[in-house]
Design a protein around this ligand. Structure first.
Ligand code: UDP
Ligand code: MG
Length: 317
């Protein structure tokens, strides 16, 4: 099969027939063999009935129905598990992404050899309250992930080589960072294509402003996991030791200065009168705590089932 289209959706009943007809038109014009996997993420409207009706009519339509709303990442994860096409395309259900981009996206994977091609909504039709934070978000994501050529990490329209979707694990709200997940799994040929974007035609957006707060927290976790996930002691132990040593030297100096003052007959007071004494004490305590956090992190990662999971591309026996 040439292409699997994975569509996560939550309450998008009005868009579905239109979206399906459009994808079908594009696929038939290009003679692709394909499937469309609609992942119904616990919709409370008629979305699932619409998918069932489409499925009864067209054999290429497949569906997964969640019992409740889990989020876009879990929906993508399950769609990826089911996908059978050589190229996998993900696309939002709200008709903001255009299926007309599919042939070119596929060509970039098959002919140019990209592992992942992300859409780039250069001209967006979204409110300002969304486009400005998005710019900031993408700049940070570029910096942290080291994927310098992507302008739009969170574009719903992306194309993947099949291998990629079978080897990454999208969870929580990590759909924003799929290129970063792919990079961490060893798929480094990541490209971008400028795509058309339209204003939402039906319904309303499913993500509020908290997307930005959660987005940054996820980015920090991902950065930490990919750099220190299996060696937490390297960061906590280092910081802890550093703080403890600074605190210890400072406390030592506070005591030493008092002794010198005593011996040389100058006036002196209790060390506890000096603010530096408390600062150094706090540093030593925090240093010890960080060190203990490192030990706990090591204990946890030693017991994790992920600790010896590597992406092996090929073997010769
Ligand atoms: N979506 C989903 N589960 C959710 C929220 C959203 O499957 O919990 C789907 C939604 O139906 C749409 C896509 O994810 O197909 C993108 O959502 P939306 O268009 O609301 O996001 P925006 O375009 O505002 O970033
Ligand atoms: Mg949308």
């Amino acid at each position: 099969m040439d292409i699997s289209v994975v569509v996560p959706l939550f309450n998008e009943e009005e868009s579905l027939p239109e979206l399906h007809a459009w994808i079908k038109r594009v696929m038939e014009a290009n003679h692709f063999s394909y499937e469309i996997i609609f992942v119904n993420d616990g919709s409370t409207d008629r979305s699932w009935q619409v998918i069932e009706e489409l499925g009864a009519q067209y054999p290429e339509v497949k569906g997964i129905k969640f019992r409740r709303n889990y989020g876009k990442s879990p929906a993508l994860f399950c769609g990826f598990e089911k996908a059978e096409g050589d190229v996998v395309i993900t696309m939002d259900a709200d008709l903001q992404d255009s299926p007309d981009e599919i042939p070119e996206l596929r060509r970039m994977i098959v002919e140019d050899g990209y592992d992942l091609v992300s859409g780039y909504k250069q001209k967006r039709y979204d409110p300002l309250s969304k486009t400005i934070p998005t710019k900031l978000f993408n700049a940070t994501a570029r910096k942290v992930s080291g994927i310098k050529n992507l302008h739009d990490f969170n574009c719903g329209l992306k194309a993947y080589r099949k291998d990629v979707v079978k080897h990454i694990e999208v969870y929580g709200e990590m759909h924003r960072y799929i290129p970063y997940l792919a990079k961490n799994a060893g798929f480094t040929k990541i490209g971008e294509k400028v795509v058309h974007h339209q204003a939402r035609k039906y319904g309303k957006t499913k993500f509020g402003l908290n997307r930005f707060v959660n987005g940054y927290l996820d980015l920090i976790s991902l950065w930490f996991l990919s750099s220190y996930g299996v060696k937490p002691m390297h960061v906590f132990g280092f910081l802890g030791t550093l703080m403890f040593i600074i605190g210890f030297i400072a406390a030592f100096c506070v005591g030493l200065f008092k002794l010198i003052a005593m011996w040389s007959g100058n006036s002196y007071t209790l060390v506890t009168n000096s603010p530096y004494f408390y600062i150094s004490l706090t540093m030593m305590i925090l240093g010890t705590q960080l060190f203990v956090a490192g030990f706990l992190g090591e204990l946890i990662s030693r017991n994790s089932s992920e600790r010896n999971k590597y992406e092996i591309e090929k073997t010769i026996d």
